[in-house]
Ligand binder design. Structure first.
Ligand code: SER
Length: 597
């Protein structure tokens, strides 16, 4: 195997696929635009959903990139050998172009060829889909692997639970996959040991998904217009394996962060299992927070959506910092090391450096203050307590209101000779979670992944709204966010004061006049320079590569966008603003509906 750095791997991977006719595109923002089905970009395929569903991509039918991803579903595994909340995914796609044969043959070549990763065949294992009522057994992929030179006994047939990918949200493109694993050489944990096991013998590094279905809101799988390939290789895991280190945290990507933690805690990384885990969790969470705040569409800590996840990550890092007596103010020092390490690959981090460090410091301070308020509350509670046990509901209130993790409540209780009803705490916690889950499912309804006509119309209405706002309020108005469900659009834009009732009426009337004029919605492909020349608005720092799509709606609007859209403005019916409110400092939020025709 080759010892290589993260940067060498990024270049080698993209270069390999460029040689195979793929166009290198920019990875997208971590915060998905126009897609309420997920909070963060969780895979390279996610920004490509419209193209997997059949929209034409301006860069062609073969693409490759590196995508920043955040996944918090496995947060409890963070700190083990392989899990991180932020990671980079190397990917290549076929949009209705090649299928299984090329995808697998190229994966095999990249993994095993001396010119590339040079992984010995005897260290590889793969899994393929075992088949069920939705999709047949994937004997085709197994035969291709065999023809490449992989022995039968290292090809495992596994069920949907293991060998099916997607959709990223509730609906959207998905399909059977074939996953690639490194066999670490550890003995089998049991007779049935396979890549489905989490005993650590097999480590997944790459996944080729054969996206040929669209999962509908009713839970059925309908064939897609085109057969796609979506692959994703985990950068951290792959360099960990290639360099022969024992975890992703022992790669060059975390060395600087771990050194800062050691310096400001006076502890050493491998002192004990629990100290190692605390170091890793702090390093992981601060790196993720750095990327979320520093993103081109970055957010700051808050109590909702992405901001809430960010808040939890920073607070969790502070909490593990307390365990190892990490000095106050150290998180931003760790973040600075991350910025320096990644700035060349992700220039947005350098551009947002001051904001990142400031927000991390502020959130750390806020949390410390809340914890000290919680301590006062705890003292009062102890005075009032009858008996020697703190009940579960009270422990949950300390958690929910003051951010007191149950471990802190237990420690404090112990100091006073008290106990905590942890079962009661977990029950209260679960009840709360179920409630908020019901809330999230609600917000998952609709979304661009559905690509219904109604969402396409709302998307078109968003362009008209932006055009009208710029007319009424001036060019200070710039899009800061957009989110569409089946029922409404939501549009965030820069503007420093609330709109007046008259301004709202005027914008509404303008949009309705555009709709009534009923021009055709025209889509043209051109280079970013041509789009600029044309006076189009939108993100010029194109994430879709050199060529972009420009949507023109009569004289009213000209904007770079991925689509999809209505065919004529008349389809929108009538437009109504239902709310105008503050979103954050200097940013207003409008919610609006259309009647549809
Ligand atoms: N979407 C697939 C994954 O996340 C392959 O990129 O594993």
């Amino acid at each position: 195997m080759k010892k290589i750095t993260a940067d060498q791997l990024r270049k080698m991977y993209n270069g390999f696929y460029q040689e195979k006719g793929h166009t290198l595109i920019r990875g997208a923002s971590l915060i998905p635009e126009n897609d309420p089905t997920v909070l963060f970009t969780t895979a390279g395929m996610h920004p490509l959903v419209p193209y997997l569903l059949g929209e034409k991509h301006p860069a062609g039918t073969r693409l490759t990139d590196v995508q920043k991803c955040v996944r918090t579903g496995d947060i409890d595994e963070v700190g083990d050998a392989t899990h991180c909340t932020f990671f980079e995914m190397l990917g290549n796609w076929s949009l209705g172009d090649y299928f299984k044969k090329e995808a697998i043959t190229w994966s095999y070549e990249f993994l095993t060829s001396e010119k590339y990763l040079g992984i010995p065949v005897e260290n590889l294992a793969v899994s393929v889909f075992a088949g069920d009522e939705d999709c047949p057994r994937d004997t085709e992929s197994a035969s291709i692997w065999e023809a490449c030179g992989l022995p039968k006994e290292r090809i495992f047939f596994l069920p949907k639970k293991n060998n099916w990918w997607g959709p990223a949200g509730i609906t959207g493109p998905c399909g059977p996959d074939t996953e690639m694993f490194i066999d670490t050489g550890k003995p089998k944990c049991c007779e049935e040991c396979s890549p489905a096991c989490d005993c650590g013998k097999y480590i997944e590094i790459w996944n080729d998904v054969f996206m040929q279905y669209n999962k509908t809101a009713e839970g059925t799988f309908e064939p897609l217009k085109q057969k796609n390939v979506d692959t994703g290789m985990g950068l951290e895991r792959t360099i960990c394996i290639l360099n022969g280190v024992k975890s992703v945290y022992d790669t060059e990507l975390f060395a600087g962060a771990l050194a800062v933690i050691a310096e400001f805690s006076g502890r050493s990384y491998d002192e004990s299992e629990s100290v190692t885990k605390a170091f890793r969790i702090i390093a992981d969470h601060v790196r993720t927070a750095t990327f979320i705040i520093g993103d081109e569409r970055g957010v700051t800590p808050s109590n909702v959506d992405q901001g809430y996840v960010l808040r939890r990550l920073i607070r969790r890092a502070v909490r593990f910092g307390r365990q190892i007596k990490l000095q106050r103010g150290s998180l931003s020092k760790i973040s600075k090391v991350c910025i320096d390490l990644y700035a060349e690959t992700y220039p947005e981090l350098r551009a947002n450096e001051a904001k990142i460090l400031d927000e991390i410091n502020k959130e750390e301070e806020r949390f410390i203050k809340t914890v000290s308020m919680g301590l006062k509350e705890f003292e009062k509670l102890v005075e009032r307590l009858e008996g020697t046990e703190i009940d579960g509901k009270t422990a949950f209130r300390l958690y929910d209101t003051f951010g007191f993790p149950i471990e802190i409540t237990e420690e404090l209780a112990k100091e006073k000779g008290l106990t905590v009803d942890t079962n009661g705490f977990h029950a209260a916690f679960k009840a709360h979670q179920e409630k908020s889950q019901a809330g999230s499912e609600q917000r998952f309804k609709g979304g661009l992944a559905d690509s219904t006509e109604q969402t396409a119309r709302l998307h078109t209405a968003t362009h008209l709204l932006q055009a009208a706002l710029r007319k009424v309020l001036g060019d200070e108005v710039k899009q800061r966010g957009s989110n569409i469900t089946a029922e409404r659009l939501r549009f965030d834009f820069s503007f420093s004061r609330p709109m007046t009732a008259d301004e709202i009426k005027e914008v509404e009337a303008l949009v309705n006049s555009y709709i009534q004029a009923d021009p055709e919605v025209v889509c043209e492909e051109m280079t970013v320079a041509e789009a600029k020349e044309r006076g189009a608005i939108g993100l010029f720092e194109s994430k879709y590569g050199e060529r972009v799509k420009v949507y023109t709606m009569g004289e009213f609007s000209c904007e770079i966008c991925g689509g999809p859209h209505a065919k004529r403005l008349g389809e929108l019916g009538s437009f109504k603003i239902t709310k105008e409110q503050s979103s954050s400092a200097g940013v207003r939020r409008i919610k609006a509906e259309i009647s549809g025709n």
